[in-house]
Design a protein around this ligand. Structure first.
Ligand SMILES: Cc1cc2nc3c(=O)[nH]c(=O)nc-3n(C[C@H](O)[C@H](O)[C@H](O)COP(=O)(O)OP(=O)(O)OC[C@H]3O[C@@H](n4cnc5c(N)ncnc54)[C@H](O)[C@@H]3O)c2cc1C
Length: 384
């Protein structure tokens, strides 16, 4: 049996990004097998994220914005992103780009197969896909399903349905995406809409909830329809595309390096930020770190300082506030964006702030619900 240097189990966002970073590194000639059950030839998702400067996928970015709009409870207006840009990347553009880039390397094989098992052995990482065994020095796994729903963790879901709407009237401002619009009934949850304009007549309108119960398809549709009729002067409109997604917002303990030859990446590796669901940019950063270490030391582990673990604690506290409904979510997010400089808010979400900056952030939150949440998180940690 051929032994690969690397098997990438799951060729989605993280798997393809990892393969791409390997091709951009001194490891570009290593043998790589990418396994995925799908062809990845549909626009199955759109990634939005913010970035400081140009990134590796700049040439395929669908839209970029310097300012974004926010509608909260006591504040509405534009947020100046400073040196950041808010960016939008369509899944299909990413997959097509990766097809072309990876095809340049004859040492990269791609197979469409369903993975049944991934296991470690003294000889390397094993993968069984469509009953065929494969082995490699390292298996990078983005197919592992997280063990969500355990009572000692916080387990919210970020779920959303979006419509790409083509309107009769030029009702969208192409320069201004709406990142959070809380002018929708909260029903005691955290519910908001975001609007990503493609041009004056076309936009992705996405209704988003943070809670633990999915809605029916008809309920998401009714909420999007109501939002459009209340706030956007579309005239008649056509729905050109739809998108639905569920992202775990959980502080479940994840294992990026479960055993010697297996590394979990992407959502499986715990790369999703628990309090926001944002995954794309963190995945890019973490994978670049992995490739860097693999090149330097031969080992695909990421170095993490213990002090950076404080951001996980902050995430748990916010999840605790939301899950236990200790304070209205729309007010929490309004305070976050209205009382802090937006650029600092984005830096905080990127986990790139100093502790002194973070204390300043916390002083803008309602102190009692967050203090109760903090002690509840500590209690759970001691019990767990
Ligand atoms: C609709 C949607 C919109 C999102 N929008 C954003 C956003 O705007 N910003 C953001 O930061 N994050 C967003 N996310 C979250 C996150 O960025 C994406 O889920 C991202 O694709 C996660 O990357 P991944 O590699 O972990 O998983 P995936 O991209 O899902 O890749 C996993 C791959 O494994 C394959 N696979 C799984 N099981 C098997 C198996 N048994 N055998 C073979 N193949 C298998 C799948 O086919 C898939 O291709 C979104 C998620 C969804 C679902």
């Amino acid at each position: 049996m051929k032994k690969y240097d690397f098997i990438i189990a799951g060729g989605g966002m993280s798997g393809l990004s990892l393969a791409y970073y390997l091709t951009q590194s001194p490891l570009r000639n290593r043998s790589i097998l990418i396994l995925d059950r799908d062809q990845k030839n549909r626009n199955d998702r759109t990634w939005s994220f913010w970035e400081d400067g140009a990134g590796p996928f700049e040439s395929i970015m669908f839209r970029k914005w310097n300012t974004v709009s926010f509608h909260g409870t006591t504040h509405a207006g534009l947020l100046d992103m400073g040196s950041y840009q808010y960016k939008m990347l369509r899944g299909i553009d990413f997959y097509t780009f990766m097809d072309a880039e990876l095809a340049k390397f004859s040492n990269i094989e791609r197979k469409q197969a369903t993975i049944n098992r991934i296991a470690d052995s003294p000889q390397g990482g094993f993968v069984i896909a469509d009953d065929e065994p494969y082995i490699a020095n390292y298996v990078f796994d983005s197919t592992f399903a997280l063990n969500l729903g355990q009572p000692q963790n916080h387990n919210l879901l970020q779920h959303f349905k979006g419509w790409v709407v083509e309107a009769e009237n030029p009702c969208f401002n192409p320069e201004q995406p709406e990142i959070m619009d809380f002018r929708v009934d909260q029903h005691g949850d955290c519910r908001f809409v975001y609007v990503m304009p493609f041009d004056a007549n076309t936009a992705l309108i996405e209704f988003t909830l943070f809670n633990d119960k999915l809605l029916t398809d008809a309920e998401y549709d009714a909420d999007i329809r109501q939002y459009i009729s209340r706030f956007i002067n579309t005239g008649t409109y056509q729905i050109r595309e739809t998108e639905f997604g569920v992202i775990p917002m959980s502080d479940v303990k994840t294992k990026e390096n479960p055993s010697q030859h297996i590394v979990r990446i992407g959502t499986s590796g715990g790369y999703t930020k628990a309090s926001t669901g944002y995954t794309f940019q963190r995945t890019q950063q973490y994978l670049r770190d992995i490739v860097h270490n693999l090149t330097k030391t031969g080992k695909p582990t990421r170095q993490q300082s213990w002090f950076s673990g404080r951001f996980k604690l902050y995430d748990s506290v916010l999840l605790n506030v939301l899950e236990n409904k200790r304070h209205p979510a729309d007010d929490v997010f309004t305070r976050f964006y209205a009382r802090n400089k937006p650029v600092n808010a984005f830096r905080f979400l990127d986990e790139k702030t100093r502790f002194s900056d973070e204390l300043r952030f916390f002083s803008t939150y309602p102190w009692w619900p967050f203090t109760v949440a903090f002690f509840d998180v500590m209690r759970r940690k001691m019990l767990g």
